[in-house]
Structures are given as structure tokens and as C-alpha cells.
Design a protein around this ligand. Structure first.
Ligand SMILES: Nc1nc2c(c(=O)[nH]1)N[C@H]1C(S)=C(S)[C@@H](COP(=O)(O)O)O[C@H]1N2
Ligand SMILES: [Mo]
Length: 203
């Protein structure tokens, strides 16, 4: 993987002062919504789609699409930072908050880390306390419209405080773990934590 240059490039325009503190170092603001996907867009069948909560839980749970969609909704407005140096501000996400999903299970005391599982074998890992932040949600709408298939329809995770590779598109489940294991990009050279304000791009 090619390392980025340090964030002193002159081709990045300085953001307006009122949003400057929301733009992490080395990022450029875009109004577009680029698509970043490794591999193909998975097909979606609402009859066979499910969502699994597994691992260090008292009783694993599998939700149907209908059941997931019946969970209470939230709206979260948040900035989105891709490690490839674009940031899109003020995204309005609609979906189900992580706290709502957590009501469906009882964690075992050893649950400290989480692996997100998505279609096509995409995975990404987070410490439990990062996943449980109050701006984290499973989104099915973006800026008032259903998510485009390329952006994760029917469901994607959104973790605003981490680089966007942690926001798994086509998410299908959470596996609670007693130890940390690296996900797909974390194995392939991206930083384990991925905090954009600390510029944690690569390991
Ligand atoms: N399942 C899955 N989720 C994924 C990815 C992917 O390749 N597969 N790419 C990640 C990366 S690197 C980024 S930057 C964001 C991009 O989201 P977007 O395509 O909606 O902009 O999705 C993340 N989630
Ligand atoms: Mo990315």
C-alpha cells in the first residue's frame, strides 16, 4: 500500500474557518459522495438477509430484515472522513442506533472488542467502547434518500469518529470478542484505531 505524503501538500485548500476544526489534518472537503469499495456490490434479498449478534453474548440473536427494519429509528448528522483524504461534512444518516441493537442482547463480561461482519467477507474491528458511542448507527438512508447499493444498501454501519473504512457497508452482524483481532483493512496495513484527528492512517 502506498503511504500518503505528510499533510503539508499545497493542493489541499484550506477549509473555511467555521468548519476548519471539523476537518482532520490532511483531509480535503468534498460535496461529492465518492464510492470506495473493495470488490463487488453484493446482491440483496430481503427474504434471506439476516443480521447476527454473536460471540461473547449470553444468547446469540439472528434478526430478519423485517425485524431489523421494525426497530426504532434515529437520525444522526455527522462528518465522514475517508483515509484517501476526502471528508464529506453534514451527512444526515437515518437508521437504527447501536444502543437500540444492544438492547437485544446481554453481553458476557469478557466482551471488550467487536468484529463487524459484512457481505463478501469484509470485516473491520473496533473496541466495544468506540462502537457504543452515541453517534454510531446502522444506516439505511443518507441525506433523506435510501442508501445507494454502492454505499451499502440495505444497511451500513456508520462510525463518525473513525476513518470510514470502519463504517462497514452491507453489514450483516457483530461478533463480540474478548480479544482484539484485525479486520480486512487492518490486516492490510491500515491503522488498528483509525482516529482521523490523530491521523492514524497506517500501521
Ligand atoms: N463492506 C464494505 N464496507 C466498506 C468498504 C468495503 O470495501 N466493503 N470500504 C470502506 C471504505 S475504505 C470507505 S472509505 C467507506 C466508503 O463508503 P462510501 O463508499 O459509501 O463512500 O466504506 C467502507 N466500508
Ligand atoms: Mo476508505
Amino acid at each position: 500500500m502506498k503511504p500518503f505524503k505528510k499533510s503539508t501538500q499545497s493542493n489541499i485548500k484550506a477549509p473555511r474557518p467555521e468548519i476548519a476544526e471539523r476537518v482532520p489534518p490532511g483531509q480535503a472537503v468534498t460535496d461529492k459522495f465518492p464510492v470506495l469499495t473493495h470488490g463487488d456490490i453484493p446482491s440483496f434479498n430481503p427474504k434471506t438477509w439476516d443480521f447476527k449478534l454473536s460471540g461473547a453474548v449470553e444468547k446469540p440473536v439472528t434478526l430478519t430484515y423485517e425485524k431489523f427494519m421494525s426497530l426504532p429509528k434515529v437520525q444522526v448528522t455527522a462528518d465522514f472522513h475517508c483515509v484517501t483524504q476526502w471528508s464529506r461534512l453534514n451527512n444526515v444518516w437515518e437508521g437504527v442506533s447501536i444502543s437500540e441493537v444492544m438492547k437485544l442482547i446481554t453481553l458476557k463480561p469478557e466482551a471488550k472488542y467487536v468484529m463487524m461482519h459484512a457481505d463478501e467477507g469484509y470485516t473491520t474491528n473496533l473496541p466495544l467502547k468506540v462502537l457504543l458511542d452515541n453517534d454510531v448507527l446502522f444506516a439505511y438512508k443518507h441525506d433523506g434518500k435510501d442508501l445507494e447499493p454502492a454505499h451499502g444498501w440495505p444497511l451500513r454501519l456508520v462510525v463518525p469518529k473513525r476513518y470510514a473504512w470502519k463504517s462497514a457497508k452491507w453489514v450483516r452482524g457483530l461478533e463480540f470478542m474478548d480479544q482484539d483481532y484485525p479486520g480486512f483493512w487492518e490486516v492490510n496495513g491500515y491503522h488498528n484505531d483509525g482516529d482521523p484527528f490523530k491521523e492514524q492512517r497506517f500501521s
